[in-house]
Design a protein around this ligand. Structure first.
Ligand code: COA
Length: 373
């Protein structure tokens, strides 16, 4: 069995951003227009959204997005991402590669030294050819590539797979890429969910190190863990069979086939499950939350993270212990916890422990216990 390190981390955040106020203005303009149409028709009138509610309920102030104008246009409310020819690099591969190149540079590696690419994301642009194979070809990595996904736990799940492949000697260096273009599937006309997500890509390089070898400033992976339990409280039904249930199978009806979430149920269920996962995973290693210098938690809701930490520690802990990036980025699905890790580890000392823990649809929870080398 090999020792395993995360030797490089890279993040790509799109330049464009949308504030709560901007998002709410476009949502409310659409609601006003729609209610005018519904007036007197017997159809239920829609409720307006509210920027203060969004901040207080979730902690989100802004989100970064790949394309802004289409989202903010009340007549469209979907990003405008033109189709590309089959010969051109796909948008999701391009976005992931931007983060992957930063991870390679952080690890001081060439693409040719990578022997497996895993693209893991809550949403994949298409089923095949795998986005990871496109990345492999465009970057010049060796070996193979495949796609996988596990909702907002996609990065943690891929890390679990990559670490164990490297530990067992099946691969020497694995590039895990998490390109989340989640605004493409978000229903910007749904008051419950329109404010939640933002786009971001993150990448990590997982590689074997020899016994006795150290990599100062990098993390050794002590262990990884994955937990799932079925729930439809976060769900999308969009898939290749969607059209087969429709009267006109050549016009896919998106209504009802975008992301749905019963936010308050997810909040309660995942807070309890997340807390249990953390305490149990650490206990398996003879540790308690107090032994962990830093927690890089999934970035979905600031209040939820505070509650998970309070249950786990038995007291409130601050952002130095568990940093947040969601106030400026929104929920970037699988990428969120990795971005928190990338931005918040430079001050850690050799021997310090950190826990990356992501949670989301499935339900799913994934964790990685790390030790600074
Ligand atoms: N603007 C104004 N009011 C809104 C609103 C909006 N955009 N969305 C909902 N509300 C209202 C509701 O109608 C409800 O009103 P009522 O009390 O009169 O019925 C009230 O706000 C509370 O709604 P609720 O859905 O209970 O809000 P919440 O406090 O649970 O916050 C989330 C909503 C989505 C922020 C929160 O539930 C959450 O983040 N959940 C976890 C998400 C998660 O972790 N997902 C997993 C990873 S993807």
């Amino acid at each position: 069995m090999h020792r395993v390190v995360i030797s490089g981390i890279g993040v790509e955040i799109p330049e464009a951003s949308i504030t709560n106020e901007e998002l709410v203005a476009s949502f409310n303009a659409w609601v006003d227009r729609e209610n005018e149409r519904r007036q007197g028709s017997g159809e239920e009138l829609l409720q307006r959204s509210d920027a203060d509610f969004i901040y207080h309920a979730s902690g989100i102030k802004t989100r970064h997005v790949i394309e802004r104008d289409g989202i903010l246009d009340p007549a469209r409310m979907v990003p405008r991402l033109p189709a590309r020819p089959d010969e051109a690099l796909s948008l999701q591969a391009e976005f992931g590669i931007a983060s992957a190149r930063r991870a390679l540079s952080h690890a001081a590696l060439d693409a040719a030294q990578i022997d497996l690419v895993i693209c893991s994301s809550s949403h994949l642009q298409r089923p095949y050819p795998a986005i990871a194979i496109e990345m492999q070809q465009a970057m010049g990595t060796r070996g193979a590539g495949f796609d996988m996904g596990l909702g907002c736990s996609s990065a943690a799940a891929a890390l679990h797979v990559a670490v164990n492949l490297v530990r067992a000697g099946a691969h020497r260096r694995v590039l895990v890429v998490v390109p989340e273009i989640i605004t493409g599937h978000l229903n910007f006309r749904d008051r419950q969910t329109h404010f939640i997500f933002g786009d971001a890509a993150a990448a990590m390089i997982v590689e074997a190190v020899a016994d006795g070898e150290t990599r100062a400033g990098r993390f050794e992976v002590v262990d990884t863990r994955l937990w799932t339990q079925l729930s439809s409280n976060i769900r999308t039904n969009l898939g290749y069979l969607t059209r087969t249930a429709q009267e006109d199978p050549y016009m896919v009806d998106m209504q009802g086939n975008m992301i749905k979430q019963v936010g308050n149920k997810v909040f309660k269920d995942v807070t309890v499950a997340g807390h249990r996962f953390i305490v149990d995973f650490l206990a398996e290693h003879g540790q308690t939350p107090d032994d962990i210098r830093r927690f890089w938690l999934h970035q979905a809701n600031a209040r939820m993270n505070a509650m998970i930490l309070k249950l786990s520690f038995g007291r409130e802990v601050g952002h130095d212990r568990a940093p947040m990036v969601l106030d400026r980025l929104g929920n970037t699905a699988g990428a969120g916890a990795v971005i928190a890790l990338q931005e918040n580890h430079a001050d850690m000392k050799a021997g310090d422990y950190g826990l990356l823990c992501a949670f989301g649809a499935g339900y799913s929870i994934g964790g990685a216990l790390l030790r600074m080398m």
